[in-house]
Ligand binder design. Structure first.
Ligand code: OSB
Ligand code: MG
Length: 370
């Protein structure tokens, strides 16, 4: 297979309501939509999930754009490949920049599946027709707002709710949520907002029967996480500091966590994600699918991955309408009960809604590789 043309669309879609975490607030989803065209005219799609600001991880839309246009796309010129797995090896000389790589890599998998006339789901070993999903809720102004927000999403059908926390908006908020929703699968995500000196406070979260506590400490730390995991029974889940299988192995061997938030974008795409899933399965680590407020293409890729049997815990893959008035695909994801339907058809199984894309498009760069 060979790529002949790449289109890089820069989009900005407003969020229905702003999303607040311990590190900042977002009111729009800005991202790059990748369109690869091969020698037979087959078109395949990927999404680059880096945010506008380097506050979740180091990458930004601009750094990803730079890596993609300067190194990845030129590297595709005259590159004959037999399988999308080859991408990881070819570009492993580029350090880091997983989100830039993932955007291209996931499109290569879509292309390969379309070429073989199979679903991408089948290609990556997904089997489920529908996937139970959860919702991630940003930090709210006060407890009343929090309870109202949770209630809204529970009424829609979500049965697993993740609450963002930060110092000062943690114990009381979680206690209120647990009291109001005694049977709901609840979890907390700190996005690295705490220090090891907060262990006493974090241990208080152990009484609320949370499914897990996500990333309390820094995105480089394995040691303090291991210390906290020793002192609490609630599972610690790592997110920010897992960029590769190697990171997952370190976390596991050091006892830093019992659960893994897996994001295609954060680990550089499907090849690495599939290796991580295997490792987690063999080593009794709970692996589940995280999210980056994806638009339709990224959301479809997440759902395909989460349709594998190993994913037993509902992921951060809410319906399209959780964040957007309109999604960029013709088949927006809708909640049925607590689940989303996995797209069928060759490749990724969804198609672009050009009307919507036109409205939110900032720029398109076309690179011809002939
Ligand atoms: O920490 O999982 C996270 C969103 C942006 C950046 C980091 C995270 C999140 C979410 C939202 O929790 C997940 C989603 O709904 O896409
Ligand atoms: Mg997280």
């Amino acid at each position: 297979m060979q790529i002949m043309e790449v289109k890089l669309h820069q989009l900005k879609i407003p969020l229905k309501t702003s999303f607040k975490t311990s590190y900042g607030e977002m009111d729009a989803k800005e991202f790059l939509l990748i369109e690869l065209i091969d020698c037979d005219g087959i078109i395949a799609y990927g999404e680059v999930e880096a945010f506008a600001r380097p506050d979740y991880t180091e990458e930004t839309i601009e750094t990803a754009y730079n890596i993609i246009t300067t190194f990845l796309i030129p590297g595709l010129q005259n590159w004959q490949f037999t399988h999308p797995q080859d991408f990881r090896e070819k570009f492993k000389w580029i350090r880091g920049n997983q989100m830039a790589k993932a955007g291209i890599e996931m499109a290569l998998w879509d292309l390969y599946a379309k070429k073989k006339e199979v679903s991408l789901q089948e290609l990556i070993g997904g089997t489920k027709q529908k996937v139970a999903v959860g919702v991630s809720l940003g930090i709210q102004e006060n407890e009343t707002a929090l309870l109202n927000t949770i209630r809204r999403y529970v009424q829609k059908g979500y049965q697993r709710v993740k609450l963002k926390i930060q110092p000062g908006k943690d114990i009381r908020f979680i206690a209120a949520a647990r009291e109001a929703f005694p049977n709901l699968t609840l979890m907390a995500d700190a996005n690295s907002a705490y220090k090891v000196s907060d262990i006493v406070l974090l241990k208080k979260l152990d009484q609320f029967n949370l499914a897990m506590i996500e990333q309390p400490f820094s995105e480089k730390d394995f040691i303090d996480h291991a210390e906290l995991q020793k002192q609490i029974k609630t599972a610690i889940c790592l997110d920010e500091n897992l960029r590769s299988l190697e990171d997952v192995r370190q976390a596991h061997l050091l006892g830093s966590c019992k659960a893994i938030n897996l994001k295609l974008a954060r680990v550089g795409g499907y090849s690495e994600a599939l290796d991580i899933i295997n490792y987690c399965h063999q080593n009794n680590l709970l692996v589940w699918c995280g999210g980056m407020l994806e638009a339709g293409i990224g959301r479809a890729h997440n759902l395909l991955l989460a349709s594998r049997e190993e994913f037993v815990f509902p992921g951060d893959i809410s319906a399209s309408s959780r964040y957007f008035e309109e999604d960029i695909i013709c088949e927006p994801f809708e909640l049925i009960g607590d689940s989303l339907q996995v797209p069928k058809g060759f490749g990724i199984g969804v198609t672009l809604n050009n009307q919507v894309i036109k409205r939110f498009l900032k720029n398109t760069k076309t690179m011809v590789l002939r």
